[in-house]
Ligand binder design. Structure first.
Ligand code: SME
Length: 152
């Protein structure tokens, strides 16, 4: 997808998500709506959240095929994003040491941290694509904005 087209779509989806979340205070409901809105708009392979529960990430609301239920701190792309507290873009999952293959069809991935109202990391937003090198800085920028809506 061209950058301009991608930006346009993210702007539209971001506005849509903002409207959908209006007045809803339950975090799981908010995550569920975000996962569905993103997944439907872009046709990703897998779109969802892992929530930090103690010393592990636990599967949260998602769209797509069944996935790993729990991921340890620092493990895989999701656990690494949690450990670093930053977005990780993986153009080719086979090149990421320790990548956790929930699905053999996943070829590239982006994981964005979700911070709570106290700026503490509370979850990660994980998106997988069935194509190589799907995600870039544009995705990171908009997805970080969308992730910030969860606890806003
Ligand atoms: N690939 C992720 C695991 C989660 S699934 O892709 C849904 C990882 O390496 O953390």
């Amino acid at each position: 997808m061209e950058t301009a087209e991608k930006e346009l779509l993210y702007r539209r989806v971001s506005r849509e998500i903002e409207a959908l979340l209006e007045g809803e205070t339950d975090t799981v409901a908010r995550m569920a709506e975000v996962a569905a809105a993103l997944h439907g708009a872009f046709g990703f392979w897998w779109t969802g959240f892992y929530r930090i529960c103690g010393d592990q990430l636990v599967l949260g609301p998602f769209q797509g095929p069944v996935a790993c239920l729990r991921i340890g701190f620092g493990k895989g792309v999701c656990g690494s994003s949690w450990a670093r507290g930053e977005t990780i873009i993986v153009p080719d999952v086979e090149q990421f040491p320790g990548h956790i293959a929930c699905s053999a069809a996943s070829r590239s991935e982006i994981v964005v941290p979700v911070f709570d109202a106290g700026a503490k990391i509370a979850a990660v937003l994980d998106i997988d694509s069935a194509s190589l090198a799907t995600f870039d800085g544009t995705d990171a920028r908009f997805l970080e904005g969308i992730a910030a809506m969860i606890y806003a």
